[in-house]
Design a protein around this ligand. Structure first.
Ligand code: ADP
Ligand code: ZN
Length: 606
């Protein structure tokens, strides 16, 4: 590896070494080769084009659909002393012209451009006159029509290759599956590019799946309480849910803000800004929120409703812990979610093929939720990556769930659904099984059925668990147009006939579940009390700096950097320069202030 690259990594970015594939990718692009980079969120993709842009002659052109984030990306680079700018529709004409002049003048290292802007004749002509170091195509999965982020303009980006064949191109994405990868290569004419596929494991994220208690709020409050002053995202299924959860959290004294596509653009932008700039904001959002959110210190991502697919779940949870520090992915779900989502799919105006695909994706996710396997192993397996399991950082590894032979119970449940005519929801069928003489039982004469009271040995909760898992296993389906009446599917036959044994996950009793919860919440930092005070003081100082310059706090310093500072309490500039995350530009900008603050904190303690 070229020592110039390592030099810039250390002095400009303040990182001690490269991560994973970074060095090889940077080497490839710096030499003028094309690259297709697949790396999980937080893997460090930006460096893969930023460094070659600094090493090569001319300006690196970065194509990104995330206009709202360009300002932050550029702010972060400027803090490092990198000459960066952006061109998109938010700029007025005069500012845009200044940026263009700077480019032609050779004053820029990196220029971020929205794809629709790039494709204009004016911009093409501009690039013709400029010296270009490379093209980086970020969020490259946007070329795929099957993904949820499809952008028509991305399909036209082959023009870059046709017009400037000698300029290297690097396409980057965090979307993992092989078909999408092939589509990206084809659509962007990158078949000959070198492919760099990183492991998608996120070892610092702890995965947990819990059962919903009623509306799911209590568990959520406990989760947030175990993350005091941390930033987090809570994903909910609908706009209405987002609104109501945000209000409830706020009433509980939590700094919670809503975000969904139904809100005005101004309010949405303001809420996003606060989430990025302030410490400890909890964003309650639909999946409209998050694509390209670069905030590195999101400490938890909670799903209070079931996501639509494993891909979606992995992408959303991937927004936690980009800085590599411990983070948590927490999902709570219940039978109601399954019914809601199936209904949503059924009522959508998608074609049959698409509906089938979505149902299969939902089933895979349900299988994941109910599984007793290591979560990490299951998730990575879904993306075609093998993992030995026993990761030690997921609920199933930390508190292995018990399983029980549910064959008999399942047979009783299935035949009771059948005997009562496949017209009733789980509640009523459980009444029949338990021999509860409800008004409905009397009305339909269900106390005459052969399955009446054959399940009195189990309580409602146990039965609910059986029904939930039967639905998750696809042996029962709920008909949303008929009050969630349960119906048998073909998959139930082997169990009914006694040809198949069925093991089920034992739901933990409530009390022990909340104990497990408390234990599972690992403290993010184990600072001594003095260091803790220094950390708090540094955070406060950082917030002030961020406000003054109107940039997100993490653009000044990451949490990990503050923590190292608090821990080591360096007393001179030389020591300070050795702290990861402090390059020469930040040393110059903030070095004295930080030393002074640490000195002050020391005096206060003594
Ligand atoms: P991605 O775009 O892949 O999600 P980023 O480029 O935003 O990831 O990087 C994620 C985080 O990792 C950032 O906070 C970045 O500063 C940090 N990072 C990237 N490369 C390194 C490295 N070699 N050493 C230390 N930290 C790094
Ligand atoms: Zn595990």
């Amino acid at each position: 590896m070229d020592s110039a690259a390592l030099d810039i990594l250390r002095t400009t970015f303040g990182h001690p070494g490269f991560r994973g594939e970074q060095a090889r990718i940077i080497d490839c692009v710096t030499r003028g080769g094309d690259a297709l980079v697949l790396m999980p969120t937080g893997g460090g993709k930006s460096l893969c084009y930023q460094l070659p842009a600094l090493l090569r002659q001319g300006c690196g052109i970065v194509v990104s659909p995330l206009i709202a984030l360009m300002q932050d990306q550029v702010d972060a680079l400027r803090q490092l002393g990198v000459r960066a700018a952006f061109l998109n529709s938010t700029l007025d004409a005069a500012t845009a012209r200044e940026v263009e002049d700077a480019l032609l003048d050779g004053q820029l290292d990196l220029l971020y451009v929205a794809p629709e802007r790039l494709l204009t004749p004016r911009c093409m002509a501009l690039l013709d006159r400029a010296k270009i170091a490379l093209f980086a195509i970020d969020e490259a999965h946007c070329v795929s029509q099957w993904g949820h982020d499809f952008r028509r303009e991305y399909r036209e980006l082959t023009v870059l290759h046709e017009r400037w064949p000698q300029v290297p191109r690097i396409a980057l994405t965090a979307t993992a599956d092989a078909p999408t990868r092939a589509e990206i290569a084809e659509r962007l004419a990158l078949e000959d590019a070198q492919q760099f596929v990183s492991s998608f494991d996120r070892p610092n994220i702890r995965y947990r799946v819990v059962l919903k208690d009623g509306s799911g709020q209590r568990g959520l409050l406990e989760l947030i309480a175990s993350h005091p002053d941390d930033s987090g995202i809570v994903y909910a299924f609908s706009r209405k849910r987002v609104e109501s959860i945000a209000v409830q959290l706020a009433q509980a004294g939590i700094k919670a803000l809503p975000y969904h596509a139904g809100m005005s653009a101004d309010v949405r932008a303001a809420n996003q800004r606060r989430f990025l700039q302030e410490d400890g904001v909890v964003m309650v959002a639909t999946i409209a929120f998050g694509m390209g959110i670069d905030k590195p210190d999101v400490r938890f991502v909670a799903h209070v409703d079931l996501p639509k697919s494993i891909e979606g779940y992995y992408q959303e949870t991937g927004r936690a812990g980009r800085d590599g520090e411990p983070a948590e992915a927490w999902l709570s779900y219940g039978l109601g979610d399954v019914v809601n989502l199936r209904q949503l799919i059924a009522l959508s105006d998608a074609g049959d093929e698409r509906k089938q695909l979505e149902l299969r994706k939902l089933d895979a996710l349900l299988g994941f939720c109910e599984s007793t396997q290591c979560r990490r192993q299951a998730l990575l397996g879904w993306f075609g990556e093998s993992h030995p399991g026993a990761c030690g950082n997921c609920d199933n590894c930390l508190n292995p769930p018990e399983r029980w032979d549910a064959t008999q119970a399942a047979r009783k449940a299935l035949s009771c659904v059948y005997r009562s005519g496949q017209r009733f929801g789980a509640g009523h069928v459980i009444d029949i099984l338990r021999g509860v003489e409800s008004e409905k039982v009397q009305r339909f004469g269900h106390d005459q059925l052969s399955t009446w009271a054959i399940g009195a040995d189990m309580d409602v909760k146990q039965w609910s668990s059986v029904f939930r898992q039967l639905v998750a296993l696809g042996m029962l389906e709920a008909d949303s147009e008929r009050h969630n009446a349960l119906r048998l599917t073909g998959a139930a036959t082997p169990v009914l006939k006694g040809e198949r044994t069925l093991w089920m996950r034992m739901d933990p009793p409530r009390a022990s579940r909340s104990r497990a919860r408390g234990r599972a919440a690992a403290p993010v930092s184990a600072l001594s009390s003095e260091a803790g005070l220094r950390f708090a003081a540094l955070r406060e100082w950082r917030a002030e700096m961020a406000r003054e310059q109107d940039v997100p706090a993490y653009v000044i310093f990451h949490d990990a950097t503050l923590r190292t500072l608090a821990d080591m309490a360096p007393s001179g500039l030389h020591e300070l320069a050795a702290v990861p995350g402090i390059g020469s530009s930040k040393l110059e900008r903030y070095g004295d202030a930080v030393l002074q603050l640490l000195q002050q904190a020391h005096t206060d303690v003594v």
